[in-house]
Design a protein around this ligand. Structure first.
Ligand SMILES: *Cc1c(COP(=O)(O)O)cnc(C)c1O
Length: 360
């Protein structure tokens, strides 16, 4: 069996242990005589799966009691509309920090529903940094401030959260979910699509402080109303059962590694190997300012488009796949999520060093 190292930004690698366990349980989940794919979402067996997934997530992320955990569908992109439809209902104002395409899309969606304002942006330098803000940058009566915590395309991350005072802070954590400990109490809501770090595509997890609920507009579609999903324990309609099951297996795996601090240490080690190489290479260079570098997504370039294309082609042939950068940045991007083993990053750096030698 020849498995590749998949550096895709998402969907991305899953831990091999998880895939093997899922394969072993495919035909008969714990003596139920059926696959999780086939069972009723109202069955006792599935109820225990979704309950364990929530309990494990609460334990690993240290989620405070007064937060709801919701298992949703529609991807992170659906939340771009759901967020204003649920929360932009006091002053009708919301402040957005534009750190890349995903924040921009969320902002554009919010503008349809009220007075959304872009209070800061790093568009001037192709989103290669996190703009600095102070409390005064935000409107005191804003219903919330919105950020994208880790910018998947551009490879930046907030190492320090913006100070929003009493204004609720909402963050898209799609591409850094479960990558390191996160103090949930600093947020009114965090959410993310599962397909980067948590599970296959099809599941979106939202963690929402209870006092935020119950403010949806009358016209908010039922399926976008967080209160409805909270009241029904994420079983208002058929949830993505199999994806929730894989999510539970991934959470078991994270626990077996020693939880989020152990995972964070592993992720820091991986990122350090790659950034160290980039900082010392004469051919390759990272595109993000050092202080805002992401642990999960690492864009880099040679400065020569032909050489970039050659690198991507040869890397693919060597089993290092999906390393082409986003079209707005060019070059390459290595997404090194939780499931990417350290050896994968070591192999990549070795390959880069050989490529540099052969082509300079
Ligand atoms: C991938 C991604 C999205 C889009 O997720 P979908 O589930 O495809 O809608 C949004 N935000 C961030 C930060 C992402 O990385």
């Amino acid at each position: 069996m020849a498995r590749v190292y998949n550096f895709s930004a998402g969907p991305s690698m899953l831990p091999e242990e998880v895939l093997k366990k899922a394969a072993a349980e495919m035909l008969d989940y714990e003596g139920s005589g059926q696959s999780v794919m086939e069972m009723s979402h109202r069955s006792k067996v599935f109820e225990s799966i979704i309950k364990s997934a929530e309990a494990l997530l609460r334990e690993l992320m240290d989620i405070p009691e007064n937060y709801k955990v919701l298992f949703l569908q529609g991807g992170a992109s659906t939340q771009f509309a759901a967020i204003p439809l649920n929360f932009m209902n006091g002053s009708g104002k919301a402040d957005y920090i534009i750190t890349g395409q995903w924040a921009k899309k969320a902002f554009a969606e919010a503008q349809k529903y009220g007075d959304a304002k872009a209070v800061a942006s790093s568009a001037d330098k192709t989103f290669s940094y996190i703009p600095k803000t102070t409390r005064e940058d935000f409107r005191a009566d804003a219903d919330y401030v919105y950020i994208c915590l880790n910018n998947t395309i551009y490879g930046t991350v907030y190492h320090q959260l913006p100070d929003t005072g009493d204004i609720p802070l909402i963050a898209d954590i799609s591409s850094c979910f479960l990558s390191e400990p996160l103090d949930i109490s600093k947020f009114a809501m965090v959410y993310g699509g599962a397909q980067k770090n948590v599970a296959p595509a099809g599941l979106t997890i939202a963690i929402i402080r209870e006092d935020m609920l119950g403010k949806a507009r009358d016209i908010t579609p039922t399926m976008l109303n967080y209160q409805i999903h909270a009241d029904n324990d994420s079983l208002y309609n058929t949830p993505p059962c199999y994806t929730i099951y894989i999510c539970k297996l991934v959470l078991d795996w994270i626990k077996s590694l020693g939880g989020l601090s152990a995972v964070a240490e592993r992720n820091r080690k991986k990122a350090e190997i790659l950034y160290n190489f980039l900082d010392n290479s004469k051919m390759f260079k990272g595109t993000v300012i050092a202080e805002d570098r992401s642990l999960m997504n690492v864009p880099f370039i040679t400065g020569n488009e032909e050489l970039d294309a050659k690198f991507v082609k040869e890397a693919t042939a060597a089993g290092l796949v999906n390393i082409k950068g986003h079209r707005t940045v060019g070059g390459m991007r290595a997404s090194i999520y939780n499931a990417m083993p350290i050896e994968g990053v070591e192999k990549l750096v070795e390959f880069m060093a050989d490529f540099e030698k052969a082509n300079s």
